[in-house]
Design a protein around this ligand. Structure first.
Ligand SMILES: [Zn+2]
Length: 253
């Protein structure tokens, strides 16, 4: 059983990996979803900060149930996440607590919209926190975590040209992914997220020969030794013995 930790700035940022998280939870893995903020600065959800936090909590409770994941929050201020040593140490505590084999997080998008400064800060904090989680600390109630971690970031073809990519076939969970979008739709506003996500899944899928796929950039590979090359391509089906015989007979005659 593996432990997966997804770290994002705001609730609903996990849109790009929800199928993968569901796949792992269905596989019996421990899946943790950590948000650095409570998402109180949502520009679409009305009301006060407190009311927005309650709405965000309700969404994430439904996501926990839908995806079979455990949701955690830290207390960074929404739209004001700073890359700092203190912040990275806070996040490192969570890594020491969860002890993940793999972390999925934001990339460093540079476009308006997807390029929210919190997303870039989150990505940087994760990178630093993996290091700090390795350190002994008198003030920590957790042991240092020094196991290898594989770090994946969202793959963005516009900024990650030439990157090593890992595709995950999420075809079996397409309906659940659409349900995920419905849960968050009020936070997405008028944005047609079902269409967007479906196109995105199909675009990735076309590159790896499945109907729907999610894609990640491999940033750090946590190495173990394998007895065989880890080929992701399914073995080619060989012609059956009977077919072989027929071919030989034809050649001989
Ligand atoms: Zn966000």
């Amino acid at each position: 059983m593996s432990t997966i930790l997804a770290v994002f700035a705001h609730p609903d940022d996990e849109l790009g990996c929800i199928g993968t998280l569901i796949s792992h939870s269905q596989n019996g893995d421990n899946v943790h979803l950590l948000f650095l903020t409570k998402g109180e600065n949502s520009s679409v959800l009305g009301g006060t900060d407190e009311e927005r936090i309650i709405k965000r909590r309700k969404h994430t409770q439904q996501i926990e149930e839908l995806a079979g994941v455990q949701v955690h929050f830290l207390d960074f201020p929404d739209s004001r996440i700073q890359v700092s040593v203190e912040g990275a140490y806070l996040l490192a505590e969570k890594i020491k607590e969860v002890r993940p084999n793999c972390i999925i997080t934001w990339n460093q998008p540079l476009r308006p919209g997807a390029g929210h400064p919190d997303h870039r800060a989150c990505s940087q904090l994760v990178f630093d926190a993996i290091n700090y989680a390795r350190y002994r600390s008198k003030s920590s109630k957790f042991k240092p975590f020094r196991e290898p971690i594989t770090l994946y970031q969202y793959y963005d073809p516009q900024v990650d040209y030439g990157a090593q990519i890992q595709y995950i076939d999420v075809t079996d969970y397409y309906d659940k992914i659409m349900r995920f979008v419905e849960i968050y739709q009020e936070a997405y506003g008028d944005w047609p997220v079902k269409t967007f996500k479906t196109t995105w899944l199909q675009t990735n899928g076309r590159e790896c020969n499945v109907p729907y796929a999610e894609a990640f950039k491999i940033v750090v590979r946590g190495y173990g030794a394998s007895k065989l090359l880890p080929l992701d391509i399914p073995p080619r089906s060989l012609p059956s013995e009977k077919e072989n015989k027929t071919t030989n007979e034809v050649e001989q005659s």
